[in-house]
Write a protein that binds this ligand. Sequence first.
Ligand code: HEM
Length: 476
Amino acid sequence: MISLSEIIVSPHVLVLFVVGLVVIIYRLRRPKLNEPPLVPYKYPFVGHSFEIKRNPEEFIKQCHKKHGDIFSLYASRQIYTVVSNDLAYEMLRSSDFSFRSASDQRFPFYDIIGSTLYPDFTDNISAMLMDRLYRHLGDYQPRIYRELQNGIDQLIGDCKETKVIENPGHIIRTIIARTVANVIVGETLCRDPEVVETFATFATMLVQNRKLSNFAYFIHPSLHRKYVKLIFKYGDNPVQKHKDLLIRKLKPIFEKHQRDMQQHGNEWKCSDDLIQRIINHSLELFDEIQYDYITCYLLTLILAGIHTVSTSILNALNDFAGRPEYWKDLREEQESIAGDFESDLSVKQINEMKKLDSFIKESIRLVGHVCRLVFVNHLAYVSNPSLHGDNPETFSGFRYVDKDPFAMVGRTSIAFGLGKHACPGRWFAVNNIKTAMSILIRKYEISSLDGKRPKNISAHGSIIIASVPLKFKNRK
Ligand code: HEM
């Protein structure tokens, strides 16, 4: 009888193995008709993985120069198409394109929280956000303003003497977590430390878990998806812990709402908090309060709304602190539009702050958005003078004054996506960022320790906004 080792070393099997390998490599590297050119690479299976890991900016720049506005790369055993300039714009506008599904490949968020069980889940959230936080944004503005003011007073406070805030990123995240919690779950729950903790840390917890799975992604995205789902299904399952906490906190409030509804019938006026709309939604869909559905809704809003808004404020604050040439103009605009701290700041006043709007839009334009490098050539977008005017790669805070405002998506503004899937929370986001910046600019002199703009950190094609110590001093 022939042993297994004899079969393995037999010359026929070896020849077959080599031929098979050559065919696989040839098929992998062969350019296909009607497909973007695949940038040649040296090592089969590895493809461009190392170049992308080593210096993604430089690598993409070189490929763009050599291969034009559309080309493909092979990494992590997958083909990625990189598009630039007009082609990128057309792709983003297409209804087939969605950053959500692209980032779902990197991190299957909806599987992890369990919302894939519910049909039309994100469409429902988008419709609610458009109704409440776009059409009725003005109704929420007084409490947004009050919550931001309280948060800044408590966590930055009185700075008669110059105060160095060691980790402004952490403070801003807590302030935004409370503000978003106020709008979503109402005045009472947004004061609950455990709820604020969940709002403030949920996204960071997911990002940390994502880092753990980067190695699996490097081998193959499908392995990565399975690995991530396993970590969250078994073991510690941090998502379930956040869901359990939210249910424990929400249950008594829901039960009170139901009692009120039964007692007062049609006369009962429901609260403006988004949670009331989410309850109504659950009643329409399931004829009962479906707690799992409601917590999926909340976790999606928390993930989409808090990290994005707080890192955008931190980035704009770094620009403000390190660019004293803008202080005079931005302060003058604040003084001419906003009243003192006792009076409210309306959405109309916020919309009139054109210099601040342009300053924030410029601040975010230059850092782009997570993962974008891999799919849309963000470097080509940033450095395109026909879109952004002279010296597009350098910061020019008032570049967009009297042009399209930040919340309006279009050729000069892609941070919120474009087309059908563009971010439905963008008016709320821009309003929160501008309101927070307005309070900070009016209240304090803010500067960096060395007088320079704090440097952001570039890691594998993404930019991490630096949370470095900043100096705060009362203005009056
Ligand atoms: C500066 C802050 C923000 C940025 C940069 C941002 C950016 C984005 C981007 C790029 C998308 C993907 C668009 C696509 O799939 O093509 C998105 C989707 C989404 N965002 Fe935002 N966002 C921000 C704030 C918010 C806030 C505050 C909320 C909610 C309160 C929110 C809710 C959503 C939702 C629900 C989606 C999914 C929409 C869909 O897939 O149809 N976002 N956002």
